[in-house]
Design a protein around this ligand. Structure first.
Ligand SMILES: [Zn+2]
Ligand SMILES: [Zn+2]
Length: 361
């Protein structure tokens, strides 16, 4: 399975791969490997030729799918006992994990998504697969608000990988807000849950959630930083375009920026700023200062994290710690969160370079 440092030209990665034959990259008339549902082939020839590389991940995925389907079936046919009622999918969505009998199902589903990530979810991997992973994690969160397996740490970076920066920011913002509210009742299904929409990603980072010294949600702070970095990268593109045009902004260029150059949906609500060159410089200054603040907070909270991200991202696979908890600020914590976040960074052209520059400054 390809590790990041082995990817031929790591600096040329740009987002996820579209649906294509795993071997020859042909895009039309491809069919999915029916055993693992993870990769596509254009025909029998490519499938056979790729067999040597594909057979191990295919087998692991097939086993994980089977186990997940069996656990789901068991839970759907469950006869009520002391720990677990019947019809949990219909009547107890949101409370899974607290109901003991749901745990084997939740673990099987978590393992399946994790194996998907390990096998083909590496940077530049297939978009379909990353979408499938996200769907699993989101549905697990819907079933279990208390989130005993911590899928909330994985979801925001997957949104970013899929180019859904606004959804990532809304997700982060909801958890940041609820952090401020110790009385939120995770067991009360009538309360709103992860429902933030169109929060302003240009706002100052929330101190308690993203830059605190005492406790930081590392995965969320790291992904928040990436959302900000992607905004800055787009603003730089806009600025370079205007400079090239002598600082003026003809209407057709604004159209071009709207439609193409600026890719982040987080900037859509700020289009009017983008069309006014005099507003651009202060905005970039503001975002740069936010980036420095969150970068520093992450580095102070976990001193291992940035070094691993920039210099040794493979470590999250090669030195993977056992999944039985980790101490805050430890190297194990850094490795876990690296596993959840590094692909989104490496798939964003210019983002890791920005981390290198920040390390020097
Ligand atoms: Zn092919
Ligand atoms: Zn397969």
């Amino acid at each position: 399975m390809p590790l990041i440092m082995n990817i031929e030209d790591i600096d040329s990665l740009d987002g996820l791969a579209p649906r294509a034959c795993e071997l020859c990259r042909r895009k039309d008339k491809v069919f999915r490997c029916s055993a693992c549902l993870a990769v596509y082939y254009c025909g029998r020839d490519c499938q056979v030729q790729d067999r040597e590389d594909h057979k191990i991940p295919c087998k692991l995925l097939r086993k994980a799918h089977k186990r997940y389907r069996e656990e789901e079936q068991k839970l759907r046919e469950w006869q009520e006992d002391l720990d677990t009622p019947e019809n949990v999918f219909e009547e107890h969505a949101g409370r899974f994990w607290r109901i003991m009998g749901t745990r084997p199902y939740m673990v099987a589903r978590f393992d399946l998504a994790h194996i998907m990530n390990d096998s083909y979810g590496t940077p530049g991997g297939p978009r379909d697969l990353v979408q499938d992973m996200l769907d699993h994690y989101l549905d697990m969160l819907r079933l279990s608000r208390s989130d005993g397996l911590g899928v909330r740490e994985i979801i925001p970076a997957l949104y970013v990988r899929l180019g859904r920066d606004q959804d990532a920011y809304d997700f982060l913002r909801w958890y940041a807000d609820v952090n401020e509210n110790p009385d939120y009742d995770w067991g009360n299904m009538s309360l709103p849950f992860v429902d933030t929409k169109n929060a302003d990603a240009l706002e100052e980072p929330l101190q308690r959630a993203w830059t605190a010294k005492s406790y930081l949600d590392l995965s969320h702070a790291v992904t928040l930083l990436l959302v900000k970095v992607r905004i800055l990268l787009d603003l730089q593109t806009v600025q370079n375009t205007t400079t090239a045009l002598g600082g003026t902004f003809p209407p057709e260029i604004i159209g071009l920026i709207d439609g193409k150059l600026v890719r982040r949906d987080t900037l859509l609500r700020h289009q009017s700023l983008l069309s006014r060159p005099e507003k651009l410089e202060p905005l970039m200054k503001k975002i740069k200062s936010q980036i420095r603040e969150v970068y520093k907070a992450v580095g102070e909270y976990n001193p291992h994290f940035w070094n691993l991200m920039v210099n040794n991202p493979d470590a999250c696979v090669l030195q993977r710690p056992q999944l039985d908890g980790y101490a805050q600020r430890s190297e194990e914590e850094a490795l876990f969160i690296l596993d959840y976040t590094f692909a989104a960074w490496y798939e964003t052209p210019g983002a890791v370079k920005m981390l290198r520059d920040l390390a020097k400054s």
